[in-house]
Design a protein around this ligand. Structure first.
Ligand code: PRP
Ligand code: URA
Length: 206
């Protein structure tokens, strides 16, 4: 399933991020804000357990999330989505999936992995701003599945049709959430119109 968020606030903030003149500080801030807006919708069907709560006036029915949640950023750029999600789900554990895309082959190169112990039972949100060829996302999903995770959602900011198709083909059980589905990939594997190199814009590198 592909869900593209068509919301005025997300469109407004994403436009700021696309602008090449936007500073790293504003780029990060808008990324965090979009992550919070997206996770509000992504978690809509998350299961809850009913519990009794004592208000200052009486006892009443309440709710708490019944599944553990793991946020799994694909390093580096995925880190830019973590805070905005954790602000809304402060109990979420954080996995780290280190990989970068080789600039010539466009293939993902894994360099680091660290997972919380509850990942096999948890709802896992793999996060990365960019879904370009889909290679990094597919490899990240492979690795999270190898850890035993069964309930995985992929959360990206901007995706390409090519990337969505590749992930859907490799992992049809993983739902994909995007803030925008862009037009195409260019000859260097960059999303067009896109927003450039997300990692560099988040961290101020080149
Ligand atoms: C970018 C982006 C994704 C990947 C997308 O990361 O954040 O992880 O490329 O491309 P793909 O869909 O074709 O695999 P990059 O490799 O530039 O590393 P970084 O996060 O360290 O900047
Ligand atoms: N990685 C990025 O950061 N941007 C793209 O457009 C493609 C891959």
């Amino acid at each position: 399933m592909l869900k593209v968020f068509d919301h005025p606030l997300i469109r407004h903030k994403l436009t700021i991020m696309r602008d090449k003149n936007t500073s790293s500080k504003d780029f990060r801030q808008n990324l965090n804000e979009i992550a919070s807006l997206m996770v509000f919708e992504i978690t809509r069907d998350f299961p809850v357990t009913i519990k009794q709560v004592d208000t200052p006036l009486c006892s009443c029915k309440g709710y708490e999330l019944s599944r553990d949640i793991v946020i799994a950023p694909i390093l580096r750029a995925g880190l830019g989505l973590v805070q905005g999600i954790q602000d809304l789900i402060p109990t979420a554990k954080i996995a780290h999936i280190g990989m970068y895309r080789d600039e010539k082959t466009l293939l993902p190169k894994p360099y680091f992995e660290k997972y919380p112990s509850n990942i096999n039972d948890a709802l896992v949100l793999i996060v990365d701003p960019m879904l370009a060829t889909g290679g990094s996302s597919i490899a990240a999903i492979d690795r999270v599945k190898m850890q035993g995770a069964k309930d995985i959602r992929l959360v990206c900011l901007v995706g390409s049709p090519e990337g969505v198709e590749a992930v859907t083909r490799a992992h049809p059980d993983v739902d994909i959430y995007l803030a925008a589905l862009d037009d195409h990939l260019n000859e260097h594997g960059y999303i067009v119109p896109g927003l450039g190199d997300a990692g560099d814009r988040i961290f101020g590198t080149k």
